[in-house]
Design a protein around this ligand. Structure first.
Ligand code: FE
Length: 484
């Protein structure tokens, strides 16, 4: 007899986190459980879709939602919250019109069927995926266009960031740049995909000057959401996907629905050296959005990534809020050992429990490291089916030991961000900060965990006055801007 399994969540609870937040706010957070550490000082900028609809017309995929940057300022044991939409011309036009004017990359068609969508290849820059403060600029990032610059003090939108005209119209910049902790350089890339794809790798120096490091053409369509960085290598996983554009061109399908994983085709790992010289390695078929970290070890490169056994796409005409979690493909943390001498790649499963949003101590980007932090499902991996992310997991990569802080049954977690404690020596001496949607109150909390003791109660739980829709990525800076 199959034993009934009690789910760790209710679907109606989870769905509530995908309601739009229509207001912009700026206030000191008064309702705090626990104590905000006095030496936790700085600003966490975090981006994600704030509007999931225009005037009630729902976007077809949460990744198509309009970018909304949150700023959580921490100083003197207090916290301030602010949020603001990235006011691109396309966003303002849709708000003015009160209806959807653009197709979304992942799953949104304009209403009215294929005739309204045929040959319309315009997208809006939704600037919704990541926010990072670098070289005195706050950037809202979306991988299919150029960054938007925001005022870090007020979150007002300044405009497209072209890095002094270096990035031209039509050029794109990743939502997942990597900050070299030694040099202060921010490394990024852009992809022009086609039958042959062109990858450009960029370096932005600590003064904000962008120089193109190299360009390389590679065979085949490239869906590159993220990359990994070591001092000597820029590492991409070329997922074995193919893009069948006809359904998109003729208005029948969204671009995201035209992607498929090619059966029995290996995933390629593209390893560029500092001069852009490419070596290609192959490994078992899998799909990767996010890398956790990479480092060099003797004659090998170690790459840790979240892998899916198939491209987790949303089927056409599916309401993402009605998704069947039993059928959602789990993401799992794998370690790839790339042998530079033999060209052989071995991989090993590290975290079986479905997980996403890998985070590390930012001082160890590209270096040997011991701890990874992830958003994860709360149920054990032995439980059949999948679930939303409701827990934060800390993984000791030396011992394999995992510790978990669960917010189930009514809490739903976002990406954890690791913030080192000032003066810290130990790698895990710091805090994990995440925005957790609490379905019980229909609001979101900013939670602070002690990274050395994540199973303990939260160091502080900061209750916001409203919910924040499930977000994507963010970064912490030790800088603060004064708040009224
Ligand atoms: Fe991402």
């Amino acid at each position: 007899m199959v034993q009934a399994v009690t789910p760790t969540f209710s679907k109606s609870d989870w769905q509530k986190g995908y309601e739009s937040l229509r207001t912009e706010n700026s206030y000191w957070i008064e309702h705090v459980d626990g104590a905000i550490p006095q030496n936790l000082v700085g600003t966490l900028f975090r981006n994600g879709p704030g509007l999931l609809d225009v005037n009630g017309q729902a976007y077809g995929h949460p990744f198509d939602g309009d970018g909304m940057v949150c700023a959580i300022t921490l100083a003197n044991g207090r916290a301030h919250f602010a949020n603001s939409f990235v006011k691109t011309p396309e966003f303002l036009a849709e708000q003015e019109a009160g209806r959807i004017l653009y197709r979304g990359v992942f799953g949104t068609q304009k209403p009215g069927g294929w005739l309204q969508n045929i040959f319309d290849l315009r997208f809006k820059n939704i600037a919704n995926t990541n926010a990072i403060y670098h070289a005195k600029k706050l950037l809202a990032l979306w991988e299919a266009s150029r960054p938007y610059q925001l005022d870090p003090a007020t979150l007002e939108t300044i405009g497209i960031e072209s890095f002094n005209g270096v990035l031209k119209t039509g050029q794109v910049f990743t939502a997942h740049p990597k900050l070299d902790p030694e040099t202060g350089d921010l490394w990024g890339f852009g992809v022009e995909s086609g039958p042959k794809s062109k990858i450009s790798v960029y370096r932005i120096d600590p003064d904000g000057v962008l120089t193109e490091q190299f360009q390389q053409k590679v065979a085949g369509f490239c869906f590159l959401h993220d990359f990994a960085y070591t001092p000597n290598y820029r590492i991409f996983s070329q997922n074995p996907v193919e893009f069948q554009p006809l359904g998109f061109l003729f208005g029948m399908k969204t671009a995201g629905a035209c992607l498929d994983l090619k059966p029995n085709t290996p995933t390629q790992i593209l390893l560029f050296d500092r001069n852009g010289k490419l070596r290609t390695f192959t490994t078992d078929p899998c799909f990767i959005f996010h890398h956790c970290n990479a480092f060099e070890q003797d004659d090998a490169v170690i790459l840790d990534s979240i892998c899916y056994r198939d491209y987790p796409k949303l089927e056409p005409n599916t309401n993402y809020k009605e998704i069947d979690f039993e059928r959602v493909i789990p993401g799992q943390l794998w370690r790839f050992h790339i042998d530079l001498r033999s060209g052989k790649v071995d991989r090993q499963l590290i975290v079986e429990r479905s997980c996403e949003f890998p985070a590390i101590n930012p001082r160890l980007v590209g270096k040997p490291y011991r701890y990874a932090y992830l958003g994860a499902i709360a149920q054990p991996p032995t439980t059949p089916g999948n679930a939303p992310l409701q827990a934060i997991v800390k993984v000791d990569l030396h011992t394999g030991q995992q510790e978990l802080h669960s917010f189930a049954p009514r809490g739903f977690v976002g990406e954890p961000v690791f913030i080192p404690r000032p003066g810290a020596v130990a790698e895990d001496d710091g805090w994990l900060v995440s925005i957790v949607f609490d379905a019980a109150s229909d609001r979101s909390d900013v939670v602070i965990l002690d990274a050395q003791n994540i199973t303990a109660p939260t160091v502080a739980t900061l209750h916001l006055k409203h919910h924040v829709p499930y977000g994507l990525h963010g970064n912490f800076t030790p800088e603060i801007w004064s708040k009224a």
